[in-house]
Write a protein that binds this ligand. Sequence first.
Ligand SMILES: CSCC[C@@H](NC(=O)CCC(=O)O)C(=O)O
Ligand SMILES: [Mg+2]
Length: 368
Amino acid sequence: MKLDGFELITTTLPLVSPFRTSFGVETERGVLLVRAVTDEGEGWGECSTLLDPLYSSEYLAGVLDVLRRYLVPALADLPAVEAHRVGPALARFAGHRMAKAVLEMAVLDAELRHRGVSFGRELGAVHDSVPCGVSVGIMDSVPQLLDAVAEYLEQGYARIKLKIEPGWDVEPVRAVRERFGDDLLLQVDANTAYTLKDAGQLARLDPFGLLLVEQPLPEEDIRGHAELQRRIATPVCLDESIVSARAAADAISLGACQVVNIKPGRVGGYLEARRIHDVCAAHDVPVWCGGMLESGIGRAANLALAALPNFTLPGDTSASSRYFHQDLTPPFELVDGRMAVPTGPGLGVEPIPELLAGARREWVPVRG
Ligand SMILES: CSCC[C@@H](NC(=O)CCC(=O)O)C(=O)O
Ligand SMILES: [Mg+2]
């Protein structure tokens, strides 16, 4: 099989409701799908990056630039269309993990479709379905939050994650706990909004039996997270900080986290995501699969990853309807709080062609 090039497909999906985090409000998802074209078939990838460099330093226009000028041409001499060769071929370029991840994902899908092997089978899935959690944004009021949580619980979600920031933390958590009881699986995500000076405020979350507090401090403050963990009872989970298996090993050995949120795009791809899973398992650190408002393409791959044995906490892979009026693939739907892991070759799903009719398409050959 020979790699001819990649089609970069960008489109926009409006969100069913604004999604507010400590770093901004998302009202639409700028989607970048990448179609790997080989002489014997194709494969699909979805890039995690947001439109703007707010969650991480990557952003959509920058990814398009680095793909067309550096990363795609660097695959010209790939000896075979095999995903494990993509990372090493791109290693000489610093950073740009989400851009690298989408190429590896598309090549992996092409390779697996050709071999007739599913993502789940290739990655080492041990479950046919996974429990689904849901991420709930910062709201205008506590009553509005409680209504949203009630609706998600009615839909069957197995776990609630609340976005928090200074000024919106203890009060919403207390209200949710009081309204829905102590058995609700509940966690929070600060997206780096606090500093170590806020340790006292974060310790006020301890009485509410949270599963974890996700990324309370800035991405690079590993020592700060270790000190914070010494001052609060709630387990610290890292997201933005964990950019590789090495970063996971360092954070765990420094006591900076007791749980890890794995996002394949953030770490450079599904193969590194599996390595992080393995490192965490070796340290008895549970992991769960995070989300980046993916379309069904990314959801399919994340469900496969979330079925690996050390993904013991519900992740953020929710139903398509959580974010989109219409997904780019047939919708992913919750059944009794769970979703099935796709079983077809590769991702097991493809975009619905007519839904990409208005998309911007750019062909980037591997050989100029
Ligand atoms: C636009 S916010 C994206 C990053 C955020 N993701 C979520 O909260 C889950 C989003 C999803 O359900 O896909 C996180 O920091 O974990
Ligand atoms: Mg997070």
